[in-house]
Design a protein around this ligand. Structure first.
Ligand code: ZN
Length: 458
C-alpha cells in the first residue's frame, strides 16, 4: 500500500484513491516566462517518479499539470523582448517541453492553459462573491480569508503568525494583508479580458482550482508541487475550493528545495543554474539519479561534483544491464525477476517514496549480480539482473540503448569478439571491432567485459 506524507495533516497516510484503481493527481506547472531552473527540474522529476511508481503498482494515473500563460512576469518579459505576451508564453513553453523530454519525464495526461479557462475562472469568482467569501474593491476582487476557519492549515501556522509574517503592503483596498486577489482590474495593459468587475485578468491562485476540478472532479487524490507553493498558493487554492463546499485534494505532497554550496538556490541570490544547462552538460539521467538519492522532502544539494558522481553511477547501472543481457542472450533466458528484490523495492517506495533506500537497493543488487556471474551462478544472477532492468525502468533511469533492438548479426559479431578477447586473440578481436564499427556499433571495454553501444551515442 502506497503511503505519502500529507502536508495538510503532517502525517504519513495511506493513499486511498477515490476511484478504484485510478489515481488522480494535480501538479502545479510552470509560469512560462523564462528558461526553467533546477528547482523546476526537481518537482517534475519527483512527480514523474511518483507517477511511474503508481503505474508500476497497477494504477491508472490521471496526471494534470497546468501551464500558467498569463502573469505579470510574462507581461514584463514581453515588453523586454518586444513580443506579444502570447508569443513569450509559447516560446518558453516550447523550451519547457524540450527540457522535460531530455529528462525523460512523461507528459501529463492533460496540460490545461490558464488563458483557456478565463470564463470558468470568472464563474468561480462570481460564485465566491455571491457566497460572500470574496468582496469587490476598487482595484479588483479579493478573497476574504477571515471567512475560512482553518486558513493556514498547509502553512501549519495560525492566522496571527501568518499576519505577522505577511509583507506590509500599502493596499487599503484589502480588508486583511492576507486577502488575495481573484480578479485584478487593469486598464492600460495589452492583455485583459472583460468581466462584470471591469477589464482585467485573473489572479494566479484561481486557475489551478478551476482546472483541477474541471479535469479531475471536485475531489481528487493528490495535489503536488514544490514546498514553496504550500503557502500561499496552495492554501489559497484550498480556501476557494472548500468555500464552495468541495473536498478538493485528499493528500498534499510537497517536495523540498534545492541547495547549492549549502545555500538555498534562488533567482534573487543569483546562484541558480538553468535546467537545460544542467541536463545538457552531462548524462541527462544524472539529475534524475541525484533526485532519487535524496528523499523528496529533504533539501537537495546540487553541484557539478555530485552530477559527475551520478553520471559515474549510471555507467555502473548501464554496464550491469549490458552484462545481464549478454548472459541472458547466451542461455536464451526467459525473464523472471527476483521476487524478493522487487518486494523490497516496493516496501521502500510505499514508505513515503523512500527513493534513497530503493536506489541503494538497486546498487546492492548490481554487486550481488556481478558476484554471482563471477562464480558461475548464472541462473540466480539472471533473476537479479532481470529485476535490475525492471526497477531501473520504473524509476525512469533506463538508458537509451535499452529500447534499441540490437540486430542479431551485430550480437553475433560482438559475441565472437568477446570470445577472441578472452582468448587474447587481439588481432581477431580488433578486426571484429572494426567490423562492428562499420555497422554503426562501438565496443567499449570495461572490467566486467565489453559494452556495446550505438555509434550515435558515443
Ligand atoms: Zn497551482
Amino acid at each position: 500500500m502506497v503511503h505519502l506524507h500529507n502536508s495538510a495533516t503532517g502525517q504519513i497516510e495511506e493513499l486511498k484513491p477515490i476511484r478504484d484503481g485510478v489515481v488522480t493527481m494535480y501538479v502545479c506547472g510552470p509560469t512560462v516566462y523564462d528558461v526553467p531552473h533546477i528547482g523546476h527540474g526537481r518537482f517534475v522529476l519527483v512527480f514523474d517518479i511518483l507517477r511511474r511508481y503508481l503505474e508500476h503498482q497497477g494504477y491508472k494515473v490521471v496526471h494534470v499539470s497546468n501551464i500558467t500563460d498569463i502573469d505579470d512576469k510574462i507581461l514584463t518579459r514581453a515588453v523586454r523582448e518586444n513580443l506579444q505576451p502570447s508569443e513569450i508564453a509559447s516560446k518558453y513553453e516550447a523550451v519547457w517541453w524540450e527540457t522535460l523530454e531530455m529528462l525523460n519525464v512523461l507528459r501529463p495526461t492533460s496540460v490545461p492553459h490558464a488563458t483557456q479557462y478565463i470564463d470558468e475562472m470568472l464563474g468561480l469568482i462570481q460564485e465566491l462573491v455571491r457566497r460572500e467569501m470574496a468582496y469587490v474593491s476598487v482595484d479588483g476582487v479579493y478573497f476574504d480569508i477571515a471567512k475560512v476557519s482553518d486558513y493556514g492549515l498547509l502553512a501549519h501556522q495560525t492566522l496571527d503568525s501568518l499576519r505577522a509574517g505577511a509583507r506590509i503592503e500599502l493596499n487599503e483596498n484589502k480588508r486583511s494583508p492576507l486577502d488575495f486577489v481573484l480578479w485584478k482590474i487593469t486598464h492600460n495593459e495589452r492583455w485583459t479580458w472583460n468581466s462584470p468587475y471591469g477589464r482585467g485578468r485573473p489572479g494566479w491562485h484561481t486557475e489551478c482550482v478551476v482546472m483541477a476540478q474541471d479535469l479531475l472532479g471536485e475531489s481528487f487524490d493528490i495535489h503536488g508541487g514544490g514546498a514553496d507553493l504550500a503557502f500561499p498558493h496552495h492554501e489559497n487554492e484550498r480556501a476557494q475550493a472548500i468555500s464552495l463546499g468541495h473536498n478538493f485534494a485528499s493528500i498534499w505532497v510537497h517536495n523540498g528545495f534545492i541547495v547549492t554550496g549549502g545555500e538555498k538556490m534562488s533567482k534573487s541570490l543569483e546562484n541558480y543554474v538553468t535546467l537545460p544547462e544542467l541536463v545538457g552538460g552531462s548524462d541527462p539521467r544524472s539529475y534524475r539519479l541525484l533526485v532519487l538519492q535524496a528523499h523528496y522532502r529533504s533539501p537537495l544539494e546540487v553541484n557539478g561534483a555530485l552530477i559527475l558522481d551520478a553520471a559515474r553511477a549510471l555507467m555502473r547501472i548501464d554496464s550491469a544491464i549490458e552484462r545481464y543481457r549478454r548472459f541472458a542472450n547466451q542461455v536464451s533466458y526467459t525473464p523472471q525477476p527476483n521476487n524478493a528484490m522487487i518486494e523490497a523495492f516496493s516496501k521502500h517506495m510505499d514508505n513515503d517514496l523512500d527513493t534513497p533506500s530503493a536506489t541503494a537497493g538497486i546498487f546492492a543488487a548490481i554487486s550481488r549480480m556481478n558476484g554471482l556471474f563471477d562464480v558461475g551462478e548464472v541462473d540466480q544472477g539472471l533473476a537479479i539482473g532481470c529485476g535490475i532492468v525492471e526497477l531501473v525502468s520504473v524509476l525512469g533511469l533506463a538508458g537509451i540503448t535499452d529500447d534499441l533492438t540490437i540486430p542479431s548479426e551485430v550480437t553475433e559479431l560482438f559475441q565472437k569478439r568477446e570470445l577472441a578477447r578472452l582468448k587474447k586473440d587481439f588481432q581477431t578481436s580488433d578486426e571484429l571491432r572494426k567490423e562492428l564499427l562499420l555497422r554503426g556499433w562501438v565496443v567499449e571495454d570495461a572490467k566486467s567485459g565489453g559494452i556495446l553501444k550505438p555509434l550515435r551515442e558515443v
